[in-house]
Design a protein around this ligand. Structure first.
Ligand SMILES: Cc1cc2nc3c(=O)[nH]c(=O)nc-3n(C[C@H](O)[C@H](O)[C@H](O)COP(=O)(O)OP(=O)(O)OC[C@H]3O[C@@H](n4cnc5c(N)ncnc54)[C@H](O)[C@@H]3O)c2cc1C
Length: 548
C-alpha cells in the first residue's frame, strides 16, 4: 500500500522552474541560454545572478569595476521588467543557493553560458554534481567566445595551439563562428520573482530586492583623495549596443580609407576610447555580433569576403587566451603554471609600492596608473607600457602583483585575457626564447602617441606647466624651468626610480642568462608558448613602423 498523507496536511505541489543562471553573457541579444531557459512552456523562468564574491572576476574588484558590473545587472533587470519579469539577485555560494531553491521549487533545469576558463571549474563542477544528484538538467551554451575553446583544443589533438597563428589555423579548420541568433520571444513566458516567495527568503536566502550598491557588497570608494573614482563608463547592454553602432561606423570609415583596426592604428589614449572590451568581458555585447558586423562591413566596403582574421585579429587574440586558459587552473600565476617560466624576478617591495601608487618618476607610467585607478580603463598602449615597465623593461619585478592591480581596477579585468597579456609582455610565456629584442622606453613610448604630453598633463596636474620637451623626463629640466613650472623634482614630483638605459640593459642580460640556464637544463628551447614570428611581436606593441 502506498503511504498516505497525514490527515489535514496538504503538500503543495512545487512549481516547475527553469533557472537562467547569469555569470557572464549579461544580455538579451544573441543569447542561447535565454532561448534555452525560456523554451519549456511547462516551467516558469527564474533569471538569477548570484553574488558569490568571485563571479564574474569579483574576487579582485575595486569600486569602478563593481559599479560597472552592477550597472550591467540593473540594465538586465530593466529588460526583464519590460517582459513582466525580474532579475533575481541573491548572495551566497551557487550550490547553497540551488539547494535552497530546489527545496522550494521543482528545478527542472539550470541554463548558463559557458565560462571556459579553468578558474571556474571548481564552481561549475560542484553545481554539476549537485544537479546530477538532484536530477536537474544542465544546459550550457557557448556565449562568451566565438568558438568553444574545448572544441578548438580537441581539433588540435587535445592541447591548446601554442602560437597565435596555429590558433588561427586550427580555428579555421573548426569552421566560421556561428552568426548571432535571433532575439528570443518572451511574450508567453511566466517569470518567478523570489521576492514574493516569503518562505524561501526567510530560509536564509539573502535576496536583494533591487540592484545593490558597491557599498552594500562591502566595496567602498577609495579614501585617498588622489584616487577619486571618476565616472566615465556606463555598463549594460543598452549602452553597449549604442556604443557598438558607433564602433562599427568607426571600423567602416577605416575600411573606406583602406586601413583597419582603427583603435590600434591611431591610438587615442587621451579621449574616452571607443573600446568595447568591458562590454565583451561581461557579455553585454555578443562577441559573435561584433565579429560578424566587422566582417560584413568589410565585405560591404570591398565587395568581397574578407578571407582572413586580420581585421578582427584582436578578437582572435582574446579567443587564443581563453583557449590557453581552458584546461590550466594555474594560468593566472607563475609558479604552478606549466606554460609560465619561473623568472627569478627581484623582490623589492618599495619599488612595487611606488609603481602601484604612480610614483615612479616616469610621467607616462604614473599617468597611466592614475587614469586606471581613477577611471577603470586605459588604452592597450598604456597597458603595454605599464606591464613592461614593472617586469622586463625596468623594474624586473614579478608580473603577478601587476596583474592583480589591473584586475582590481580595470573594468574589463578578465582572468584569462589579463594574465595572458601580462605573461606575454613580461616574456614569461608566449616567447619562444626569452630574447625579445627591445624594451619600451617609458620616456619615448608615450611621446610616440602623444607628442604634446596632453595625457600626462591631464592625469598629473603637477606637471601641467612643464614645457613639452621635458614632460616625459621632467628631471632633465633645469631648476629654473622646474621653478617656473611650479614642479620641483624631488619635492612636487618624484625623481625617476631607475636609470632606464642601465636597467633595461641589465634586464636583457638577465633574460639571456635565464635562457642559457633553461637551455642547459632542458637541452633544448624551453617548451612553452611562443609568438608566431617577430612581426607579431611588433604588431602587439604598435611598433610596426618605428622602433625605439
Ligand atoms: C598587460 C595587459 C593586460 C590586459 N588586460 C586585459 C583585460 O583584463 N581584459 C581585456 O579585455 N583586455 C585586456 N588587455 C588587452 C587590451 O589592452 C584591451 O582588450 C584593449 O585595450 C581594449 O580596447 P579596444 O576595445 O579598443 O580593443 P581593440 O583593439 O579594438 O580590440 C577589440 C577587442 O578585442 C579584444 N582584445 C584586444 N586586444 C587584446 C589582447 N591583447 N588580448 C586579448 N584580447 C584583446 C578586446 O575584447 C577588445 O575589446 C590587456 C593588455 C595588456 C597589455
Amino acid at each position: 500500500m502506498p503511504p498516505t498523507e497525514p490527515e489535514g496536511e496538504v503538500v503543495a505541489e512545487k512549481e516547475k522552474v527553469s533557472i537562467l543562471w547569469y555569470r557572464n553573457g549579461l544580455r538579451f541579444h544573441d543569447s542561447e541560454s535565454l532561448a534555452e531557459a525560456s523554451s519549456d512552456p511547462t516551467t516558469k523562468l527564474l533569471p538569477l545572478f548570484i553574488f558569490d564574491g568571485e563571479t564574474p572576476t569579483t574576487k579582485l574588484c575595486k569600486f569602478n569595476k563593481m559599479e560597472f558590473l552592477l550597472e550591467c545587472l540593473e540594465d538586465l533587470d530593466v529588460s526583464f521588467a519590460e517582459h513582466g519579469g525580474t532579475l533575481n539577485m541573491v548572495l551566497g555560494k551557487p550550490v547553497e543557493v540551488f539547494t535552497k531553491l530546489s527545496k522550494f521549487f521543482d528545478v527542472v533545469r539550470i541554463c548558463f553560458d559557458q565560462d571556459c576558463e579553468a578558474y571556474w571549474l571548481e564552481r561549475d563542477n560542484a553545481v554539476r554534481n549537485f544537479c546530477a544528484s538532484h536530477k536537474i538538467k544542465i544546459v550550457e551554451s557557448i556565449g562568451a567566445t566565438l568558438w568553444d575553446p574545448l572544441q578548438v583544443i580537441e581539433a588540435n589533438g587535445g592541447f591548446p595551439p601554442l602560437t597565435y597563428s596555429q590558433f588561427c589555423h586550427v580555428s579555421k579548420a573548426v569552421g566560421p563562428p556561428p552568426r548571432p541568433r535571433d532575439d528570443v520571444d518572451l511574450s508567453d513566458v511566466e517569470f518567478i520573482d523570489l521576492a514574493t516567495a516569503e518562505n524561501l527568503v526567510s530560509d536564509n536566502l539573502t535576496l536583494f530586492p533591487t540592484t545593490p550598491s558597491p557599498e552594500m557588497l562591502g566595496i567602498e570608494k577609495e579614501k585617498d583623495p588622489l584616487w577619486k573614482e571618476k565616472k566615465i563608463y556606463n555598463g549594460g547592454e543598452r549602452e553597449a549596443l549604442k556604443y557598438y553602432v558607433k564602433r562599427i561606423e568607426h571600423e567602416k570609415t577605416a575600411f573606406l580609407e583602406g586601413t583597419f583596426m582603427p583603435n590600434r592604428k591611431d591610438p587615442d589614449i587621451f579621449n574616452p576610447p571607443k573600446s568595447l572590451s568591458p562590454d565583451l568581458r561581461y557579455g553585454c555585447l555578443s562577441v559573435r555580433k561584433f565579429y560578424w558586423a566587422a566582417m560584413d562591413a568589410w565585405e560591404e566596403v570591398n565587395g568581397r569576403e574578407c578571407g582572413t582574421y586580420t581585421i578582427v585579429s584582436q578578437l582572435i587574440w582574446r579567443e587564443f587566451f581563453y583557449c590557453m586558459s581552458a584546461n590550466n587552473p594555474f594560468y593566472g600565476e607563475m609558479e604552478r603554471n606549466p606554460i609560465c617560466i619561473d623568472v627569478p624576478w627581484y623582490d623589492i617591495p618599495e619599488q612595487l609600492e611606488a609603481f602601484e601608487n604612480g610614483k615612479t618618476g616616469f610621467p607616462f607610467i604614473d599617468a597611466g596608473i592614475r587614469q586606471m585607478r581613477q577611471e577603470g580603463w586605459i588604452h592597450h598602449i598604456v597597458r603595454n607600457a605599464l606591464s613592461m615597465f614593472l617586469t622586463r623593461g625596468d623594474l624586473w619585478l614579478n608580473w603577478e602583483p601587476g596583474y592583480e592591480l589591473f584586475m582590481n581596477y580595470l573594468i574589463d579585468g578578465d582572468w584569462a585575457v589579463c594574465s595572458g597579456n601580462w605573461m606575454w609582455v613580461s616574456s614569461s610565456a608566449f616567447e619562444k626564447s626569452l630574447n625579445s629584442s627591445f624594451c619600451l622606453d617609458p620616456t619615448v613610448y608615450g611621446w610616440r602617441v602623444d607628442p604634446n604630453g596632453c595625457y600626462v598633463k591631464k592625469y598629473l596636474p603637477e606637471l601641467a606647466d612643464m614645457p613639452v620637451e621635458y614632460v616625459y623626463s621632467p628631471w632633465k629640466a633645469p631648476l629654473e624651468v622646474q621653478e617656473k613650472a611650479k614642479c620641483i623634482i624631488g619635492k612636487d614630483y618624484p625623481p625617476p626610480m631607475v636609470d632606464h638605459k642601465a636597467a633595461s640593459q641589465r634586464n636583457c642580460r638577465n633574460m639571456e642568462e635565464l635562457q642559457k640556464l633553461l637551455l642547459a637544463r632542458c637541452n633544448m628551447e624551453p617548451d612553452h608558448v611562443r609568438p608566431s614570428d617577430a612581426t607579431e611581436v611588433k604588431k602587439f606593441f604598435n611598433l610596426e613602423e618605428r622602433e625605439n
